[in-house]
Design a protein around this ligand. Structure first.
Ligand SMILES: *[C@@H]1O[C@H](CO)[C@@H](O)[C@H](O)[C@H]1NC(C)=O
Ligand SMILES: *[C@@H]1O[C@H](CO)[C@@H](O)[C@H](O)[C@H]1NC(C)=O
Length: 299
C-alpha cells in the first residue's frame, strides 16, 4: 500500500507544472538593437544575466526562481566610450557595463513588473508601467498550455513621437512622466496627495492611459493595470510588438478589462512600411474581388 501511495504521489508530482522556476522569453521586434535590463527586487535572486544586447528579430530566455519579483526594461541607443564605460540614452542602469548587476533603470523607462507566486503562493502578478515614463513599446504575454485565460498586457503604442513637448526627452528618444518633469506632489502622489483618494489622473497620466489603456499611468492606477495569472509556465516579453499584437491578443479579451490597443488613436505609430504595404495589398485584393463580383453579377 505504501508503495502504491509513493508511486501515485511520484507520478502526480511529475505531472505538476514546475512552479520552482519561470522562464521569460525576451524578443526584440524593433528595427534596432536594444539592451534589456533586469532588476530583481530586494530578497529575490538575480537571474544569471542582468543585462545583454538583443539584436533585431532575436530572442533570449531568462530563467528566474519562483517565488520571485523584479522588473524588465529595454535600454536604447547604447555605446561604449573611449574609457570603456557602457552607457545608454534611455533606460541606463548606471553600471557602466552591459550587465546591470543590481542597477535599476533611469527614468523615463517603460517597465514590465512581475511578482511570481506572490500572495498565497499560486498567483503571479504582472503589469506594464509608465509611472517612470516611457521609452519603448512593450507587450507581456503569459504563455503555457493553460495560460490562455490570462490577459495580455503592455503598452503597444509608439509614444516617443506623440509625447507632449514638455515631457519629451531630446528629439524624442523617451517620454517623461509628469512626476519626473515637474516634481510636484500632485503628479508624484506624495505628501497630501499620497493616497488614492487624493491623487487622481491628470492630463498627463491621461495621455498615457488613452494610448495604453492597460498600462499603469500614475501611481494609483492599480484597478485597470495589474493582472494576475495562476497557470503560466513562462512569459513572453516583446519589445516593439507592432501590429502582430492585434492577432496575438485575440481571444483573450475577457469582458471587464480595457482594450490593449486604443483603436481610435491615430498615433499607434507602430505601422512599419511593410505593414502598410501589406494593408495596401489587402485593399487591392479586396477591391479586385468586388470588381469581379460586380462584373459577374451585374450582367
Ligand atoms: C510557450 O509555452 C510552450 C509550452 O507550454 C513552450 O513549448 C514554448 O516554448 C513557449 N514559448 C515561448 C516563446 O516561451
Ligand atoms: C481612446 O482614445 C480616445 C481619443 O483620445 C479617448 O477618448 C478614449 O477614451 C480612449 N479609449 C480608452 C479605452 O482609453
Amino acid at each position: 500500500m505504501l508503495h502504491l501511495i509513493l508511486l501515485l504521489s511520484l507520478s502526480f508530482q511529475s505531472q505538476m507544472p514546475s512552479i520552482l522556476s519561470t522562464t521569460f522569453t525576451l524578443t526584440n521586434n524593433c528595427a534596432q538593437t536594444i539592451w534589456p535590463g533586469i532588476l530583481a527586487n530586494a530578497g529575490s535572486t538575480p537571474p544569471a544575466s542582468t543585462g545583454f544586447a538583443l539584436n533585431p528579430s532575436t530572442s533570449r530566455s531568462i530563467v528566474t526562481p519562483a517565488p520571485w519579483s523584479g522588473r524588465f526594461w529595454a535600454r536604447t541607443l547604447c555605446s561604449t566610450d573611449q574609457s570603456g564605460r557602457f552607457t545608454c540614452a534611455s533606460g541606463d542602469c548606471g553600471s557602466g557595463t552591459v550587465e546591470c548587476s543590481g542597477g535599476g533603470a533611469a527614468p523615463p523607462t517603460t517597465l514590465a513588473e512581475f511578482t511570481l507566486a506572490g500572495g498565497d503562493g499560486t498567483m503571479d502578478f504582472y503589469d506594464v508601467s509608465l509611472v517612470d515614463g516611457y521609452n519603448i513599446a512593450m507587450l507581456v504575454e503569459p504563455n503555457g498550455s493553460s495560460a490562455s485565460a490570462c490577459a495580455v498586457t503592455g503598452c503597444v503604442a509608439e509614444l516617443n513621437g506623440a509625447c507632449p513637448v514638455e515631457l519629451k526627452v531630446g528629439a524624442g528618444i523617451a517620454c517623461k512622466s509628469a512626476c519626473e518633469a515637474f516634481g510636484t506632489d500632485e503628479y508624484c502622489c506624495n505628501g497630501v496627495y499620497g493616497n488614492p483618494n487624493a491623487c487622481k489622473p491628470t492630463v498627463y497620466s491621461e495621455f498615457f492611459k488613452r494610448a495604453c489603456p492597460r498600462a499603469y499611468s500614475y501611481a494609483y492606477d492599480d484597478a485597470t493595470s495589474t493582472f494576475t495569472c495562476s497557470s503560466a509556465d513562462s512569459y513572453v516579453i516583446t519589445f516593439c510588438p507592432g501590429l502582430t499584437t492585434r492577432v496575438k491578443s485575440e481571444g483573450r479579451e475577457s469582458s471587464g478589462i480595457r482594450p490593449l490597443i486604443n483603436d481610435s488613436m491615430v498615433f499607434l505609430g507602430v505601422r512599419t512600411s511593410s505593414a502598410v504595404a501589406k494593408d495596401v495589398t489587402g485593399m487591392v485584393i479586396v477591391g479586385f474581388g468586388y470588381l469581379l463580383v460586380w462584373v459577374c453579377y451585374d450582367r
